[in-house]
Design a protein around this ligand. Structure first.
Ligand SMILES: [Zn+2]
Length: 344
């Protein structure tokens, strides 16, 4: 399996062990028979070029067989180029599988992650921007006009934001810890030109937990998504906002991830026949990552069903500070998304 052949095995948080642990969980007899496997493939040069510069792709291709640092956090090892284009291709296949109706939804459990990768730059453990490549594929190949990307990774997806900053066909919504790497993703970064209002960033102070995320998804993201009417929902699913992650200080539990998944599935049901495809971003507490991925998969499957009561129960924990955050976000987004006015 190519995804585990990228990167040093030890001493780096984005290690092959992350996926090995997830695959072991999926091999378990209580899980293995429940899911359909979607084959992976290499993204083609044309697919990569929809997001990355040709010279950058050549630069990454030239790392094949070598070990070199691409930025202070990001290393290429002998098989990184192959793993990275397979991660992008794996996610494209997940998108195709959902669009064709072969599966109801899909989760690309791939490495390396992608959302920090920019047109001509590897960064933050990311080489090719899988989610952006998947979104461009949905626009180009499936002739979609509206794609929603939801990025709940601990970090702001600066690469994804860059890819669609002036584009209104892709609505990018990110909730992330602030301050944190990479330092972008302020509330006022809202897109440019035709894309103004189609980049939505919610920086959250350390310590945000299930209640705040669920309120944000329910009270801010949901009405906007319903107004936008995406033809597919793509998810940058990072789990470094898990309560015990070594890189983060957020407090999201596996149940919290399941709740966010449920909200997105309900939106997908209302907007686009349930079409949802997720791809793995961060998550460095291996046990927490595995538990959270499991909770998300069972929710995608419909085996657990987070109900309105569970959601309300979670939101009931929202304190005054959280309501202030939501209020401030609403104020910022309302001029671009008047639908938020009705939600008061
Ligand atoms: Zn992250």
């Amino acid at each position: 399996m190519q995804y585990v052949r990228h990167g040093p095995e030890y001493g780096h948080p984005e290690s092959p062990q992350r996926l090995i642990s997830i695959y072991e969980m999926l091999d378990n007899p209580d899980m293995s028979w429940k899911f359909a496997w979607i084959d992976a493939r290499y993204a083609t040069r044309e697919e990569l070029e929809r997001v990355h510069r040709p010279s950058y792709i050549d630069y990454i291709a030239a790392t094949a067989g070598k070990t070199m640092m691409l930025d202070p956090d990001t290393v290429a090892t002998a098989e990184t180029y192959d793993a990275a284009r397979r991660a992008a291709g794996g996610f494209i296949n997940a998108v195709d599988s959902v669009v064709s109706g072969e599966t109801d939804n899909a989760f690309a459990l791939v490495r390396p992650p992608g959302h920090h990768a920019q047109a001509a730059e590897a960064a933050g453990f990311c080489i090719f921007n899988n989610i952006a490549i998947g979104a461009r594929h949905a626009l180009a190949r499936h002739r979609m006009k509206r794609v929603l990307i939801v990025d709940w990774d601990l970090h702001h997806g600066n690469g994804t934001q860059e890819a669609f900053y002036e584009d209104r066909q892709v609505l990018y919504f990110s909730a992330h810890q602030s301050p944190a790497y990479p330092g972008t993703g302020g509330l006022t970064e809202m897109g440019k030109g035709l894309g103004l209002g189609y980049t939505l960033n919610v920086p959250l102070i350390p310590g945000a937990g299930d209640a705040l995320y669920v309120s944000l998804f329910r009270d801010i993201l949901s009405p906007i998504a319903l107004a936008f009417r995406p033809e597919i929902i793509l998810v940058s699913a990072g789990f470094d906002n898990y309560v015990g992650d070594p890189l983060g200080a957020m407090e999201v539990t596996p149940e919290g991830f399941a709740c966010m998944t449920r909200i997105l599935l309900d939106l997908a049901d209302q907007c686009c026949g349930g079409r949802l495809a997720a791809t793995l971003e961060g998550g460095y507490n291996i046990q927490g990552l595995t538990k959270s991925v499991r909770a998300m998969l069972l929710e995608l499957l419909g085996e657990t069903r987070m109900t309105e009561e569970t959601l309300i129960g979670m939101v009931a924990g929202t304190d005054e500070k959280a309501s202030r955050v939501i209020g401030r976000v609403r104020e910022q987004f309302e001029p671009y998304w008047p639908v938020l006015r009705n939600e008061r």
